[in-house]
Design a protein. Sequence first.
Length: 339
Amino acid sequence: MLRFTLYIFTFLIIVKSQAQIGGKKSYEFLNIPHTAMLSGLGGINISSVDKDVNLLFSNPALIGQSMDGEIGFNYLAYFTDIHLSSFAYAHNLENTGTLAGGIQYLSLGTIDTYDPSGELTGTVRSGELNTMITFSHQINNFRLGGGIKWVASNIAENRSNAIMFDVGGVFIHPEKDLNIGLVIKNTGFVVTEYSETSTSKLPFDVQIGFSYKPEHMPFRFSITGYNLTQKEVLYYESGNSLSSDVPSGFDKVFSRFVIGTEVVFNENFNIRVGYNHLVRESLRLEQIGGGAGISFGLMIKVKKIEFAYSHGGYHVAGGINNFTIATNINRFVAGAKTK
């Protein structure tokens, strides 16, 4: 049980810091950065249009007709045996819109179980699953999208299920490299509770953000606001007399924003850097930040395949590593037909 406790404790700290600090919500694995692009840009982005098919989990409006045939796989390595795997695919429905779907699975590893006398009784597996289908349609410079997801959670043989919905939109500037996104995430209802006494709460959130690349600069900047419906996001002990424990007004405001920058060398190579103030304030040590809240990554395209890697800092002991591989299956089909 000690090993199990350490796993869950580590996982909850990371997820809470990435999502809503101090909240009491279930299924918060949905807020984990599920692709290398997200991790490299600070963990949250809802305005990068047609850049990564895995972003359907962030904002269903980000997947458009140009993503037809795009397929992506992602693997996120946490501490110990915790890891997140995901898969996504998009298909264009001619003049109707774009249909996309994906699966996410968070594995918490295999846990040994013991009886009260300390005898080994077996093992249990813990994990959480999200299956999502989205649809988007573009009207002039606006693209609207919606998604439905079935979420299943199994924590040490305690199971719960929920159905949730995401609704989002994005404005795509007709001339400039400027996108503005808005998404309402994780509305819905719990189908099955973990136990007769549990009352699960969905990780509802409203997010807004923009991405902009100046015409004569190799940088693409993005700022995303999240936890906009949450009254408090930074945890502190109100009864503690130490003024350093009380977040300043700057921290309270800035902890609701994620900043990301891409250095775009060309369409085949770029570097990503991100900063998440909420993660930094929540997980840094008192005397040293240890890289908490700072992330970086890169993307390389080799012929028909895109490779991406990112590292997100969470603690002086280390961080998370995210690997993404993506391609467009239509390119291979077209190549086969040409031959």
